[in-house]
Structures are given as C-alpha cells and as structure tokens.
Design a protein around this ligand. Sequence first.
Ligand SMILES: [Fe+2]
Length: 160
Amino acid sequence: MTRPDQTYLDTLLLYYEEEIEGEAYFAELARIFSAPEQSKRLTLLAEVERHAAQGVAPLIARYGLTPRSDAILTQSGHGQAQRAPATWASLLDEMNRTYPGYLAAFEALEAIGPAEDQARLRFLTQHEVAALDYLALENEGVADSYAPLERYLASAPAPA
Ligand SMILES: [Fe+2]
C-alpha cells in the first residue's frame, strides 16, 4: 500500500472528526428541541453521524491518524448546537442551505481517495445523501420523513 497524499489524509481526518462533532451537535439539539417528533429526528441524525464515523474509523486506523479527543469534539458539537437556529423552521432552513455543499465535499474526498478506501468513502457520502433525502421529505411534510435515516442506519459499507 502506498501512502495517499497528505491532502487526502488531512481531509479524511477532518471529516471523521466532524462526524463525531456532528453526533454531539444533533444529540444536544435533540435535547433543546424536546418536542417528540423533532427530538426523534434529531436523535436519528445523531445516530447517522455516529454510523458514518464508524464506517470510516477503519481508514483512520489504517493510516494511523490521531483525531482530537472525543471530549473536545463533543464539547465543540454541543457549543455549535447552543449557537444553532432557535426555531425548527430556521433550523431546517440552515440544513437546506448547507447540506448540498457537504455532499459535494464528500464526493470530492471520494475523488481523491485510493481504490481500497472507496467503499468506506462511499458509505460516508451516503450518510449525506440520506440526510438530504430526509430533508426533502421533511420539507414536504411527509410523516415518516426520517425513513431514509433509518435505512442508512441499517446499512453497512460494501466489502472493499
Ligand atoms: Fe455528517
């Protein structure tokens, strides 16, 4: 195995860390938005973030990368949640504005990743696809808008 270039490794580590932060972010939002339907969706989003991170964790180990500690990342995620939009509508607005850019970023990471990492990078990208699918249904007011999140949680990276 030749070691991939540093840009790839730095980005992989950053995105892994952002999923850990994201899990804490959504978990804290689930506490803030305590209405059952909202809390349920935010809890599923937190679980999706963790599932995505677990999917790429073997790549972090493969390259001997050292993430910032869970404690630091969790604290950061909680802080971001405290500064998040305060109403459900404005939170959805923010998701609608930002999620397409995240998808493009994950696809760009796939594009520079080595062949043996592709299945796990694809799995990382798929969590953002699931989040966007959820958002589209949520925007339409579909009752079980969270179904794409549950499907992602039931999925695993394809064998490399
Ligand atoms: Fe994420």
